[in-house]
Design a binder for this molecule. Structure first.
Ligand code: HAM
Length: 427
């Protein structure tokens, strides 16, 4: 390979950083578990049709951003650009179609061919949840509450919740008509993208970021008046439940979300730690007609972008609550000691201790340098003399404690006690 960089919009995650990923993923599993959600792992690629039907053919993601390829059997497959459509496909094999509620969460890589920028990648990672099979405003509110709870447990404060309703499909036609008539007389002032949206994806004009379009949108008539009384009542009940939960929100009529499957509640979480446009998480209630089904299935869920969560954590100075495990470094003076230490390393690791040992013949000085470099808590030193006495020298690498000799048969127990005591006092 000519260069060592990964492809544009992707990144390597090294062990030091991966610890933070593990913490975020484990916290998500722990919080979602308390709401009775279980993990679902779906494939990273699906039949292309799953996304075309699921997200809507006119959406930007399907039109411009999917990584689609043909396999050797001529099937059209796509690397998943998001998690919801694949989860819904998988849940078809459960009794969700009979109205039995399913609560699942997922995490993993997603792929969108977007122009890379700060917080925008081509391979990014989402943590998401889906509650499928039942329709109730309280479920929408609980889903949002769970997201806020998760953010809280990973140290993210100061996030803003914006919320809106998209009504049901039947509400949209009269509302779209109202907007179409209004936008028709302002097309000249709108950006080229919005002129295309006017024909193909009218609602997306509402969240265009261009200043001229924003001015037009600001004067648009309130389309909510076209929604049915039932749809408006549904939204009011979501807001009422959020108030009961003590969750602050801002209603934003321009929030429509980029995927076509949404009905009723839509929401996004933004944070001043990111650029103004960048959402940390987004979601809502959706309705999907799955292949071979005549009845749509509804669900409510969200996905948070892990890279963006980390950007917010960085802006807030959030530190990992757990330090890396300081290892025990086995130092061998001579060939026989090295072989004996190879065996000892296995015993100590089985006793739960992290162990590093030098496998080549190196001087004491060089091995002590390694112990310092890896941040060892203790060095355990053995040469021919210690072997003859069936013992080893245990040397604390930090603090005031003196080194001491320990019989080999007592070593795993003694080291475990010392190591645990050190971890309790240092962290
Ligand atoms: P989304 O808004 O497209 O929704 O994505 C959710 C989150 O993924 C965004 O808020 C953002 O944090 C992150 N994200 C999206 N694209 C990128 C990118 N190119 N680079 C970095 N991060 C990105 C969905 O995907 C829906 N499936 C959410 C959902 C679940 N709705 C209902 N259930």
């Amino acid at each position: 390979m000519a260069n060592s960089a990964p492809p544009p919009g992707t990144a390597d995650i090294f062990p030091e950083e991966a610890r933070r990923w593990q913490w975020i993923e484990q916290t998500a599993a722990s919080v979602f578990g308390r709401y009775h959600y279980g993990e679902l792992r779906t494939p990273i690629f699906e039949y292309t049709e799953v996304f075309q039907r699921g997200l809507g053919n006119e959406t930007e993601v399907v039109q411009k951003e999917m990584y689609t390829f043909h396999d050797r059997g001529g099937r059209s497959l796509t690397l998943r650009p998001e998690g919801t459509a694949g989860v819904m496909r998988a849940l078809l094999n459960t009794d969700v179609l009979n109205g039995v509620e399913q609560r699942v969460f997922y995490h993993g890589p997603m792929f969108r061919g977007e122009r890379p920028a700060a917080g925008r990648r081509r391979q990014f990672h989402q943590i998401g949840v889906e509650n499928v099979g039942r329709v109730a405003p309280e479920l929408d509110a609980e889903c949002i509450a769970m997201l806020m709870h998760f953010l809280e447990e990973i140290g993210i404060t100061g996030a803003e919740l914006r919320i809106n309703t998209r009504g049901v499909m039947a509400d949209r036609a009269p509302a779209a008509e109202l907007l179409r008539t209004y936008f028709a007389s302002h097309l000249d002032a709108m950006c080229p993208d919005c002129r295309v949206r006017y024909e193909r994806n009218l609602w997306r004009i509402l969240d265009c970021k261009q200043e001229t379009c924003r001015q037009v949108v600001a004067q648009a008539p309130d389309y909510l008046a076209c929604f049915s009384a039932d749809s408006r009542a549904y939204f009011d009940r979501v807001l009422e439940a959020l108030e009961a939960l003590g969750i602050a929100y801002r209603i934003d009529r321009e929030l429509v979300r980029g995927l076509d499957y949404y009905v009723h509640t839509v929401f996004e979480i933004t944070h001043p730690g990111l650029g103004a446009q960048n959402a940390v998480a987004g979601g809502g209630r959706y309705e999907l007609f799955l292949p071979d089904q005549t009845k749509p299935v509804q669900g409510v869920g969200f996905a948070a972008g892990v890279e963006r969560l980390m950007m917010v954590q960085d802006a807030l100075g959030v530190k990992l609550p757990i330090a890396p495990l300081a290892p025990i470094c086995l130092i061998s003076l001579g060939e026989r000691a090295r072989l004996a230490n190879l065996k000892l390393a296995g015993q100590l690791r089985r006793a739960g201790l992290p162990v590093v040992l030098e496998v080549e013949n190196k001087s004491l000085k060089s091995q002590m340098r390694t112990a310092n470099r890896v941040g060892a808590a203790f060095a355990v030193i053995r040469g021919d003399e210690e072997l003859a006495r069936n013992a080893a020298v245990v040397k604390p690498m930090t603090g005031e404690q003196e080194q001491q000799e320990c019989p080999i048969n007592e070593l795993p127990g003694r080291l475990a006690a010392l190591w645990n005591a050190r971890n309790k006092t240092e962290f």
